[in-house]
Every structure is written in C-alpha cells, then in structure tokens.
Unconditional design. Structure first.
Length: 98
C-alpha cells in the first residue's frame, strides 16, 4: 500500500539547460534510494525534450547530495565562494544522453 505522506520533492525550471533547485527527502525516508530515483526520473523526462544539461546547486555541507551527484557522474563546474542567497556551495553539471 502506498504511503500517503510526501517523502520527497523536486523543483525544476524549464530552459535550454535545466536547473534542479530543490531536492528534499524527509528524514524517515532517507537512504532508501528515493533521491536517486527522483533525479533519474527527471533526467529521463528531460531527455524526452532534448535537454542537454542538468544543473544542480548543492550546499557544500550537504554531503548526501554531493555523493548522489558524484554517483550520477555530475561534474563540479563552479564553486560559490560567498553566501549565495541561502547557501555556500557548488554548481554541479550533468550531461544528459540525448
């Protein structure tokens, strides 16, 4: 039986390069592969529209997200050396198969 609680979400903006702004998994659901499933779903979805890149903005202290994107072979393209709105972190770039 599916759980009726929200256990993760993603927000993407549609442009030529897609930017993943938020990925959050409730603490009780972490380490179950949900984030990986969500990101892979988005990549699959974007491939249908000819998107070439997925960009993620990840806080430098978010070790789990950094590991996730490394596992998905995303490359660090830029470090943010100052507090950018709400975080200090990295831009990660993932080339998509078209």
């Amino acid at each position: 039986m599916p759980d009726k609680n929200l256990n993760g979400f993603e927000v993407i903006l549609f442009k030529e390069e897609m930017c993943l702004h938020n990925l959050y998994i409730l603490p009780g659901y972490r380490r179950e592969g949900i984030a990986t499933t969500l990101v892979l779903y988005v990549i699959n979805y974007l491939n249908q529209f000819g998107c070439k890149y997925l960009i993620a903005l990840v806080d430098k202290e978010n070790v789990a997200s950094l590991k996730l994107f490394k596992k998905l072979q995303a490359k660090e393209t830029e470090r943010i050396p100052y507090k950018f709105i709400f975080l200090k972190g990295y831009f990660l770039h993932k080339g998509l198969n078209i």
